[in-house]
Design a protein around this ligand. Structure first.
Ligand SMILES: Cc1cc2nc3c(=O)[nH]c(=O)nc-3n(C[C@H](O)[C@H](O)[C@H](O)COP(=O)(O)OP(=O)(O)OC[C@H]3O[C@@H](n4cnc5c(N)ncnc54)[C@H](O)[C@@H]3O)c2cc1C
Length: 460
């Protein structure tokens, strides 16, 4: 097996993984990986049109369904096992995330296309800018059409999973794998050419301690509602903990009331010279990021990125147009603080870093107070009112006063906090502390060879 994509994702004989500890994680990247995988397994002969050389996909998200439809398009039988009762579950359950497949490609020129693919061959699931749950609905329609077109070549089972601790058996010398799995029809054993694991990236870490949990990224939240969904007499005091893309997206939504980073960018009227000036550093850092493994490897490149973005932010703020647009955009912003553990933000996407720094510096200069507190960790969150007790329920905690302990944290690669330094009260607490990688679909899988990837923007 010489193909570089297949080698990178090989985890066991005839088993490949496109989930777990992978970056970048966006839907668009997952669709590209899924198509890459199918096209290359067909090309290398791992899967074929013979009935016992088809593809088994574990996981019915956008990645798994893209792979299955692509296989059927190429005349190869595909079977999907989705453990939960619904497909595209993360997006289907979220009515408050606006998704845009190209905005985070900024500062590249095509960033404002707003649909995917915008060039090359169509993908099995077309991706428009829209609310997450509406996209999930659109993709179910795509799947419905594909199922009607491909008949028995495309079989999708919900509430289905691999059977027992050792569900795979590879007959000696065979170019196939036998898999035991459970569907509504019962337990069965089928033979496949390859198995593709697309079980997602794990669970998001939104808890502090054992009782407080904030809204998850893919949960329908109240942040776009009037007064952040709090009664009109209440004054929101918002804390966001984290500096990755999820935290920065929420910072932008809550400060500006806009649905997407693209809307914020457009409303600011940032001159095009800024994107041109950041292209080089973003490209350089993407190359370095590819070969790192942990925060310590990334620190220097984040510092370099942050400094170059800060320089462009200063230039943007010297433009009277941008200054006046920011004044209008931020007129209704609530009281808000973002805390994070290092001297730099940690987004993967340049647009989030640039816009958050732009807004933070504007607020610094107009109010004399900083909305970003660096080298700080949230170490405890507890209720500050007798009438409320936290029980890992984000909706019940929303709007209630919480006492938050903030502690020193000097450097992103540190493993634990320093001394507590202050206690503050907030009634909206958002925790974006990354993703805990889940248990793999099979025990003892080989780790993915190259989890950090530089992917193409689309496939021809
Ligand atoms: C916190 C967070 C923020 C994100 N933000 C964005 C964003 O802003 N924009 C964006 O484009 N993308 C974002 N992503 C990525 C996005 O969620 C994924 O790209 C997308 O969901 C498609 O991935 P998938 O199909 O690989 O996995 P998922 O959507 O996670 O689907 C995996 C499926 O596998 C099923 N499954 C799990 N285990 C098993 C098993 N053992 N057997 C059978 N089925 C199983 C699950 O039930 C699920 O339906 C984010 C992800 C996270 C976690």
């Amino acid at each position: 097996m010489g193909d570089p994509f297949l080698r990178a994702h090989y985890v066991a004989p005839r088993v490949f993984n496109i989930s777990g500890k992978l970056t970048p994680v966006s839907l668009k990247d997952q669709m590209i990986r899924a198509r890459f995988f199918v096209d290359r397994t067909v090309e290398s002969g791992e899967i074929a049109s013979a009935p016992d050389r088809g593809l088994l996909v574990i996981g019915g998200g956008a990645c798994g369904i893209t792979a299955a439809i692509r296989a059927a398009q190429l005349g190869i039988a595909a079977t999907v096992l989705e453990r939960s009762p619904r497909l595209f579950g993360l997006q289907a359950g979220c009515a408050t995330r606006w998704l845009d497949p190209s905005q985070y490609d900024w500062p590249l020129d095509h960033w404002s296309q707003g649909h995917f693919p915008w060039a090359g061959a169509p993908m099995p699931l077309y991706f428009l800018s829209d609310w997450a749950n509406r996209l999930a609905h659109l993709w179910r329609l795509h799947l419905h059409v594909a199922s009607a077109a491909f008949g028995r070549l495309l079989r999708v089972h919900v509430g289905a999973y691999l059977a027992g601790p050792a569900p795979l058996y590879q007959p000696p010398g065979a170019a196939t794998v036998d898999v035991k799995y459970v569907t509504a029809a019962g337990t069965q054993i089928d033979t496949f050419g390859a198995v593709l694991v697309t079980t997602g990236f794990g669970t998001e870490n939104t808890k502090v301690g054992s009782t407080f949990r904030g809204f998850a990224f893919w949960e329908t939240d109240p942040f776009a509602s009037t007064n952040l969904g709090l009664p009109s007499h209440a004054t929101p005091r918002v804390l966001i903990s984290g500096a990755g893309d999820g935290a920065l997206q929420d910072f932008l939504r809550i400060c500006t009331g806009q649905n997407s980073a693209r809307d914020v960018f457009d409303a600011c009227g940032v001159p095009p010279t800024i994107a041109a000036a950041l292209k080089d550093i973003e490209r350089r850092s993407a190359c370095s990021y590819h070969w790192g493994e942990h925060a310590g490897h990334d620190h220097a490149l984040h510092m370099e990125l942050e400094n170059e973005h800060e320089a462009q932010v200063a230039l943007a703020l010297s433009d009277p147009n941008v200054w006046s647009n920011l004044g209008t955009l931020l007129a209704g912003r609530p009281e808000l603080k973002l805390v994070h553990t290092c001297e730099h933000l940690t987004p993967f996407y340049a647009l989030n870093r640039f816009l958050v720094l732009l807004i933070a510096r504007y607020i610094d200069q107009t109010t004399g107070t900083s909305v970003i507190e660096r080298q700080t960790a949230v170490t405890a969150v507890s209720t500050a009112s007798r009438s409320h007790s936290c029980a890992l329920n984000a909706s019940q905690c929303h709007g209630e006063d919480h006492d938050v302990e903030l502690s020193d944290w000097s450097y992103c690669a540190d493993k634990s906090a320093g001394s507590p330094k202050s206690h503050e009260q907030f009634n909206v607490v958002i925790v974006r502390h990354g993703i805990n990688v889940g248990v793999p679909a099979f025990a003892a899988l080989t780790p993915i060879a190259q989890p950090r990837q530089v992917l193409p923007y689309y496939l021809l």
